[in-house]
Design a protein around this ligand. Sequence first.
Ligand code: NAD
Length: 296
Amino acid sequence: MHIGFLGLGNMGGPMARNLLKAGHSLTVFDPSPLATAALVELGARSANGPAQLARDGVAAIVTMLPTAAHVKEVYLGAEGLLANVAQGVLLIDSSTIDPLSAREVAKAAAAQGNPMLDAPVSGGTGGAAAGTLTFMVGGTDSAFDQAHPLFVAMGKNIVHCGASGNGQVAKIANNMLLGISMVGVAEAMALGVSLGMDAKVLAGIINTSSGRCWSSEVNNPFPGVLENAPASRGYSGGFGTDLMLKDLGLATEAARQAKQPVVLGAAAQQLYQTFSLQGHGGLDFSAIINLFRREA
Ligand code: NAD
């Protein structure tokens, strides 16, 4: 299939490479010449913007952009995708954005005869490179079936979450829980150690008891507990505090619009915001434990 791909950053770059590897051909666009050149070297054609990309004989278009503002500009702008794409071309947005914006853009696409899916991912840059991403997909059954071969080229778990916007709903609900659970594990580990427990022994107890979760078992925030976790290498790599902060912002804003209380989600957002303000936005989000550690 000939596919258009916009947004060749940390996630989009490796995702586009996996589409090429699976035998699809690509026309790509990213304002960064470096990001574009890396794909052109592998055989992709480059376009000078969304309009030219949309007119380059594409059967589907995938976007992987930073925020909802970028997504709206790329799809709805005067020189954007919708103003230039042929009817029937499948549109897939894999950016993490709020569900209402996703529904607004998908509605505009459907109104002119373009099926559109929201398909945010989890699995990070490692999953993007390995082609093992999880896709959480919102949209019609027929669009989901049409897009399935593309998702399979880039990911491993492909889940249809329901109607338009529901992929984003699944993504922000999961990441809000992750943000909260990390704060909980951080508090518990810091409490135990300050009261005299050995961090490894305490983590072992938690991980065979009812407090166990991904944040305690796979990404424990206490240094030295897990050799390969970001906590044991100065919190480098992993999932950045500012990215977690972005997802918590999306969750609390969606909750506000739905008048749905998210008490712990909002508290977690404020904690990561405080930590980011202190200059730690680039550290893995498990570094939030430093807010609770005297020796930190
Ligand atoms: P990134 O900043 O590395 O990449 C974004 C790319 O979009 C950049 O190359 C930028 O030049 C490009 N871009 C900006 N405006 C554009 C436009 N008008 N047209 C085309 N390209 C444009 O970000 P990322 O880490 O790749 O994240 C992309 C999305 O995926 C975000 O919504 C993020 O929240 C989500 N996400 C990221 C991760 C992660 O671990 N990095 C994990 C899951 C989801």
